[in-house]
Design a protein around this ligand. Structure first.
Ligand SMILES: *Cc1c(COP(=O)(O)O)cnc(C)c1O
Ligand SMILES: [Zn+2]
Length: 375
């Protein structure tokens, strides 16, 4: 069942729907969780948590073997951390966790076409899974999107539409197209968010059902933070883990609406005027699900912080020299470890997970342009 986040209207989830009649976003209530004791017998993919995603028939699963990415020990700025290697997902970003579930539902609903808009990674991910599901996809991206992501979207077989102007102009163009086609937006879809819960389940399983003190993750539209919160809450309710981790959400200093709302103690997230940033994947002036993001951060005794582009570009080579190659957006969370340890938010001995969201190969053009040292 879907429940509106604003007017509390409810809808059956048996027919396609992406928002409430009143225009606000929907929440999806799933009824089950996977049986913990059965996991050893299941395959190493996020579909081992099938019961938690709201898909009725396993025959509808659209999969590229996503999930179950490695969790490796490392050090960042002198702090012991575990790196969650979601940059190794099938299309090169964690967005595959959401797309596999969203496209499985679209297939279950019998949809033939969809519209999506993205700063790049969600578009690439949705394009790949849509093709695999036999669903035609129109993907809108800003004209400034990294060449690697645009190429991926087109090669996966989606109809690529480059929109001049800002990320918000791109969203507007997609919304207009959504008047006639189904809007399979990763920022709106309750099923995309269901898929992100797998990150919580997987981390819990990999950490032997011990909750870490902190999970540090970048924050743009908020599916990562909301998925972690929703998934971990279910784990607590099922008695699979003892407590919630604290969530540290990292925004780009040049586009930090959630940080601003946090400083002002607000319950909703007003739009901000944003500046250019290397972190294209989190440059969202106003997340759709602002209200739920603020609630998740408070409920986990979490925090929001920002990193500058300079900090991002300083951290990227540090990770690379450890063999970990991520795109600039994905260096934001690791970059934040410096301030979080310096100001005593994270203390030595804390168990810290850092989510790595996208692979460096996607942003080769931006990386070459920035360091300008390879000729
Ligand atoms: C989408 C994206 C993010 C932000 O995730 P949200 O769920 O929108 O908050 C972070 N990093 C990368 C590489 C992304 O593609
Ligand atoms: Zn409503």
């Amino acid at each position: 069942m879907f429940t509106c986040s604003a007017c509390q209207a409810t809808y059956a989830s048996t027919t396609p729907r992406w928002r409430c009649e009143c225009g606000h976003y929907l929440r999806h209530t799933t009824t089950g969780i996977f049986p913990k004791t059965d996991l050893n017998r299941r395959r190493p993919s996020l579909w081992r948590y099938f019961e938690a995603f709201g898909i009725s028939n396993p025959d509808n699963i659209v999969s590229l073997g996503e999930g179950y990415t490695p969790l490796i020990p490392d050090q960042l700025f002198g702090q012991d951390v575990s790196l969650k290697m979601d940059q190794l997902s099938p299309t090169g970003s964690f967005k595959d966790r959401g797309s596999t579930v969203m496209l499985s539902k679209l297939k279950e609903w019998g949809l033939q076409r969809l519209v999506e808009d993205s700063s790049g990674n969600a578009g690439a991910s949705v394009a790949a899974y849509a093709s695999r599901a036999g669903i035609k996809a129109d993907v809108y991206i800003p004209a400034f999107t990294s060449a690697g992501k645009a190429a991926q979207i087109a090669l996966y077989g989606a109809n690529l539409i480059k929109v001049p102007g800002t990320r918000e102009d791109t969203a507007q163009a997609a919304l207009a197209a959504a008047e006639t086609e189904f809007y399979a937006s990763h920022n709106w879809s309750p099923y995309f968010l269901n898929g992100l819960k797998s990150l919580a389940y997987e981390l819990a399983e990999q950490l032997n059902w011990e909750t870490p003190d902190w999970i540090v993750a970048p924050l743009g539209g908020g599916s990562l933070i909301l998925g972690l919160y929703a998934g971990w809450r279910e784990l607590v309710e099922a008695g699979y883990v003892a407590k919630l981790p604290r969530l540290a959400a990292v925004q780009a200093a040049n586009c930090a609406p959630v940080y601003q709302a946090w400083l002002q103690g607000l319950d909703e997230v007003p739009a901000v005027q944003k500046q250019a940033t290397a972190a294209e994947g989190i440059a969202i002036a106003q997340p759709v699900k602002g209200k739920d993001i603020m609630q998740a951060l408070r409920a986990t005794a979490g925090i929001v912080c920002t990193v500058t582009d300079e900090e991002i570009w300083d951290t990227l080579p540090q990770l690379s020299r450890r063999g970990v190659y991520v795109e600039p957006t994905a260096a934001a969370a690791p970059a934040a470890i410096r301030q979080l340890t310096a100001n005593g938010t994270i203390v030595p001995g804390d168990k810290v997970v850092v989510e790595l969201t996208g692979v460096g190969l996607k942003a080769t053009d931006k990386i070459v342009e920035h360091y300008d040292c390879f000729s």
